[in-house]
Design a protein around this ligand. Structure first.
Ligand SMILES: *[C@@H]1O[C@H](CO)[C@@H](O)[C@H](O)[C@H]1NC(C)=O
Ligand SMILES: *[C@@H]1O[C@H](CO)[C@@H](O)[C@H](O)[C@H]1NC(C)=O
Length: 189
């Protein structure tokens, strides 16, 4: 149990779009099996900067803000990842890693340094139009429960309501709850 809890904490810390901000919801039973990812996912169009608009709620580091993810091409199966944020103590932090494309819309992300301890984490793209929003999902079975992680990423730091509604619709269509989503502070970055 201790070991599992440690693992969950590590996962929570490192699966988040940044090293210090974690977001997860623990539910009973196994991860749902019928989650659909973007079948014709185009990694090239997905590259570049994304702003974290919202995610499943923070557990650690309540004050972190200005969270961004930068994806770059390595080759046809690997993408570089740099996540940055401004901590509650007002310092800029970043962590980098690699995302491997393991299936249509399915990536496995692993980070360098200490974060490597957590191993690779699922990063499933449930929906994206590449130019405005992306909906990212991850679920991990832990004994009789599962931890769910959700992020809405946007190309604009302050996206329009239409864009956010499109992202939320993608979650609702797969029965993924919106109520745990909390907005990321992207002001004064
Ligand atoms: C992509 O680059 C990695 C090294 O970062 C290498 O291990 C892998 O074989 C490369 N894949 C292809 C398809 O070139
Ligand atoms: C969502 O939930 C409804 C009602 O429980 C069910 O009928 C539907 O099949 C579910 N849809 C998906 C995509 O899981």
């Amino acid at each position: 149990m201790q070991k599992q809890l440690t693992f969950v904490c590590l996962l929570a810390i490192f699966l988040g779009t940044t090293q210090m901000v974690a977001s997860q919801i623990i539910g009973l039973g196994r991860c749902p099996r019928n989650i659909k990812t973007v079948e014709d996912f185009d990694a090239t169009k997905y590259l570049g900067t994304w702003y974290e608009y919202s995610k499943y709620p923070f557990i650690f580091e309540f004050g972190a803000k200005c969270v961004t993810a930068e994806y770059g091409a390595i080759n046809s199966t690997e993408i570089s990842v740099v996540n940055t944020q401004i901590s509650s103590l007002n310092s800029k932090q970043s962590i980098d890693g690699i995302a491997k494309i393991v299936g249509p819309g399915k990536l496995a992300v692993s980070f360098n340094g200490l974060a490597a301890l957590a191993g690779a984490a699922d990063y499933w793209v449930l929906a994206t139009d590449y130019e405005n929003y992306a909906v990212v999902y991850s679920c991990k079975n832990i004994a009789l429960t599962h931890a769910t992680f959700v992020w809405i990423l946007t190309r604009e730091r302050v996206p329009s309501a239409d864009i956010i509604n499109a992202a939320k619709d993608a979650l609702v269509s797969q029965n993924i709850s919106l109520s745990e989503l909390s907005e990321t502070d992207q002001s004064d970055c």
